[in-house]
Design a protein around this ligand. Structure first.
Ligand SMILES: Cc1ncc(C[n+]2csc(CCOP(=O)(O)OP(=O)(O)O)c2C)c(N)n1
Ligand SMILES: [Mg+2]
Length: 226
């Protein structure tokens, strides 16, 4: 969860649901403050939109016209239950209206459609008009984590969404247009599987960290020494 790569401008996966929206807006404020022509892409789930952070952050981002694209993956479930059981508003894009942030809903199972929506959002933000909200309608084929076996939906529902698997759809589309044949696609899959296997091997064969490492990287000053 705590991956981070400053080199790739990837500012991390965060443990506190919705907390990173405030961080993203803070980073966007920093960019504006330093007159940098960059923007932030902040990705969060439907569950995060019920958190106080979400509302405070959208308010501030809109008020100060900060350069941030807010990307909500609405996969219909949080951890342990369906959206309609926890959210008074189930269409996530409508939540952006409260802060006058332009929003669009896109088929999150269609890679090209998501790409197009992101490009529109980037264009909007780059033109100095403030934040933009995207709701990608998608599905999570499993429970949230090992602690969530995902028993709250039916096998039939899962099967229906499987038919729209975005990776499979992309493979078919690339094959149809001749951009990437099955062999080339298989090679991409093999490379990805190899990278994951290597990372798992590295993690499992590495020694457990010493207790003194517990708070390392918690503060920037420590990271400088690390
Ligand atoms: C503030 C906070 N509350 C609860 C949790 C436990 N938790 C982790 S993920 C999650 C559900 C998140 O749902 P959603 O945003 O829809 O993400 P998804 O797993 O569907 O991508 C919860 C409740 C947490 N990490 N932080
Ligand atoms: Mg979700």
């Amino acid at each position: 969860m705590h991956f981070f790569s400053a080199q790739h401008n990837l500012l991390g996966g965060w443990a506190i649901v919705g907390g990173h929206i405030a961080l993203a807006v803070g980073v966007a404020f920093g960019m504006r403050y330093r007159s940098r022509d960059d923007l932030v892409l902040c990705i969060f789930g439907d569950g995060a939109t019920n958190q106080g952070y979400f509302h405070e952050s959208l308010n501030m981002a809109a008020l100060w016209r900060l350069p941030v694209v807010l990307f909500c993956e609405n996969n219909l479930y949080g951890m342990g239950g369906a959206v309609e059981r926890v959210s008074a508003v189930t269409a996530m894009a409508r939540k952006a209206c409260a802060y006058d942030i332009p929003a669009q809903t896109v088929d999150g199972m269609d890679v090209a459609a998501v790409y197009r929506a992101c490009m529109q959002a980037v264009e909007h933000v780059r033109s100095g008009r403030g934040p933009y909200f995207i709701e990608a309608e998608t599905y999570r084929f499993r429970g949230h984590s090992m602690a969530d076996p995902g028993l709250y939906r039916t096998k039939e529902e899962e099967q229906q969404w499987r038919q729209r698997d975005p990776i499979e759809r992309l493979r078919l589309e690339l094959g149809r247009t001749g951009a990437l044949d099955d062999a080339a696609f298989g090679e991409v899959e093999r490379r990805a599987a190899k990278a994951v296997d290597e990372a798992v091997r590295f993690a499992e064969s590495s020694p457990a960290p010493d207790i003194s490492e517990l708070t390392r990287y918690t503060y920037a000053r420590e990271a400088e020494h690390g």
